[in-house]
Design a protein around this ligand. Structure first.
Ligand SMILES: Cc1cc2nc3c(=O)[nH]c(=O)nc-3n(C[C@H](O)[C@H](O)[C@H](O)COP(=O)(O)OP(=O)(O)OC[C@H]3O[C@@H](n4cnc5c(N)ncnc54)[C@H](O)[C@@H]3O)c2cc1C
Length: 489
């Protein structure tokens, strides 16, 4: 059986890896439109003064508690390259009226569980703290169906706790608007805590008891020593050794179903390829576009999943040029602060080996759902980006504008006025899928439609999880969908 996988991000690479373990595939081909592998995983290693800056353009760690990331690294023989975040300084700050205030201690799955620490926190006013206390008193609400994350947290903990605490934490993951995001698709465990314990804080406390807390215990977040690209490099090497056909600079423009389980793929270069099975590991709107000739309804559903644009700007400084110690992992910025940046990671504190001695590396995140920075030409490969969802807007900005914006953020908040010695800008247009209200129903419809197309599977961050472990698992599940049994139908 000939399998073609479209999209060489972590989901497509993982799908190819798991397909090599399945003997039913005689020929496996992976097609990637870009000139490099990895999609959103993009590590720049910049040599400077006998050391290296390890600059991540996209993700910089993955969650250890979701098993699929660690499992893949073990299989690839690179698990010993994984390390956690710096255990010495775990502070994270929240920007609040231009001041950096520490997050309360004892957050478990975003929810505060350490009551004295919440009472001490200046992030929430006294009326706000009293409102948070209602969480212990009000029973679980009986709701049929879904609700927005913003609505759920506001009704349990109050609007102030949502806006000052939970919203910026959540934004760091989805770059989304919590009043639009589906609770069931993003943080379903929060509703489980409400139902099981009748209180988020009580539930969070129970969860915290189960978490390892001894010094030196494994970090919740892991990353390879010289960046997440190590996983991509190990995967590509593994696939080469197993004779997978790997093609960069190869963009698919349409797919046709010749007869059940035989597909014709049209490429941008005019060529046509045939396959018995296809995995689409492209962003959902692109997958939708490619499937237009096979199932117009499925194609339309896929194209309605909105994606937010975002950018990261990494800047390196001499430690001597900083007016304040970078004594934590960085800070997050609530939407209500009205800043264009949404978070700032102090990379060289979070991962000390990612900057040469005597230097600091800082990364500013810019752009969130619904935000437009400034009109202007897009710096990106026009054709390959997914179409903007209705009402959505890209960043449409140039690198120098983003650089200036990041420097302005650092000047305002950290007082840094020095010229950076190294800077890198990465813009990710339509990169972060938004699991908005209605997403669970959409996924059900998409899965039902796929049942009727044997030999076709989807993978990637658009459906059931945005994090790297979820994307790896999506690749694995896509291969399972193409099992012999399904293909015999
Ligand atoms: C700034 C940023 C920070 C993040 N931080 C984290 C983090 O710290 N931890 C974490 O777990 N996750 C993080 N994420 C999320 C995570 O990185 C992504 O969800 C994940 O990498 C997406 O992988 P993917 O394979 O689904 O898609 P992609 O990486 O988007 O891969 C899709 C691939 O398909 C290719 N393609 C598109 N069209 C075609 C076509 N027509 N033909 C052939 N190929 C095509 C694209 O070029 C691309 O390479 C972050 C994301 C961003 C943008």
């Amino acid at each position: 059986m000939r399998l073609i996988i479209i999209g060489g991000g972590i989901a497509g690479l993982s799908a190819a890896y798991y397909a090599t373990k399945n003997t039913q595939f005689d020929e496996i081909t992976l097609l990637e439109a870009d000139s490099r592998w990895g999609g959103k995983i993009s590590t720049d290693r910049v040599h400077y003064n006998d050391g290296d800056f390890i600059i991540e353009g996209g993700p910089d760690t993955f969650l250890a508690t979701k098993p699929w990331g660690v499992a893949l690294c073990k299989e690839l023989g690179i698990a010993d390259r994984l390390h956690g975040t710096n255990p010495k300084t775990k502070n994270t700050y929240v920007l609040n009226k231009n001041r950096l205030l520490p997050l309360p201690e004892g957050l478990a799955m975003m929810i505060p569980s350490d009551i004295p620490s919440v009472l001490r926190s200046q992030l929430i006013s006294w009326p706000g703290k009293m409102r948070m206390g209602f969480d212990f008193l009000q029973p679980a609400k009986s709701i049929n169906g879904d609700e927005s994350l913003g609505n759920f947290v506001s009704r349990r903990l109050g609007r102030e706790a949502y806006e000052n605490l939970i919203e910026p934490l959540m934004s760091g993951i989805y770059a989304g608007d919590g009043d639009q995001l589906s609770l069931a698709s993003t943080f379903p465990y929060l509703r489980d805590l409400e139902i099981k314990y009748g209180s988020l804080a009580r539930g969070a406390l129970e969860m915290r008891k189960k978490m390892p807390s001894t010094p030196g215990s494994r970090s919740a977040f892991l990353t390879p020593t010289t960046g997440l690209a190590e996983i991509v490099e190990a995967l590509v090497e593994n696939l080469r050794l197993k004779s997978v056909k790997l093609h960069l600079n190869t963009s698919v423009t349409a797919i046709h179903n010749l007869q059940p389980s035989t597909f014709n793929l049209e490429l941008r270069n005019g060529e046509t390829l045939q396959a018995d099975a296809v995995i689409l590991a492209t962003p959902a709107p692109i997958s939708g576009k490619l499937l237009g000739a096979i199932d117009p309804k499925l194609a339309a559903d896929l194209q309605t999943i909105p994606y937010a644009s975002t950018a990261t700007v990494s800047l390196a400084y001499r430690q001597a040029d900083l007016s304040r110690p970078l004594d934590g992992y960085g800070y997050i910025i609530p939407r209500r602060e009205g800043r264009k940046a949404l978070a700032c990671t102090w990379t060289s504190t979070k991962f000390p080996h990612r900057a040469p001695d005597g230097y600091a590396l800082i990364r500013v995140f810019v752009g969130r759902a619904g935000q437009t920075l400034t009109p202007g030409p897009s710096p990106f490969r026009g054709g390959e980006n997914p179409p903007l969802p209705p009402g959505g807007e890209g960043l449409g900005v140039r690198d120098d504008y983003l650089l200036a914006l990041a420097r302005e953020e650092l000047q305002l908040t950290l007082g840094i006025t020095a010229e950076p010695i190294v800077s890198r800008v990465f813009v990710w247009e339509n990169a972060m899928p938004q699991y908005n209200l209605g997403h669970p129903e959409l996924i059900k419809r998409i899965n039902a439609a796929l049942e009727n197309i044997p030999g076709l599977a989807l993978a990637g961050n658009g459906y059931r999880g945005i994090g790297i472990p979820d994307c790896i698992n999506s690749g694995k599940l896509a291969v399972e969908k193409l099992s012999e049994k399904e293909m015999m139908r």
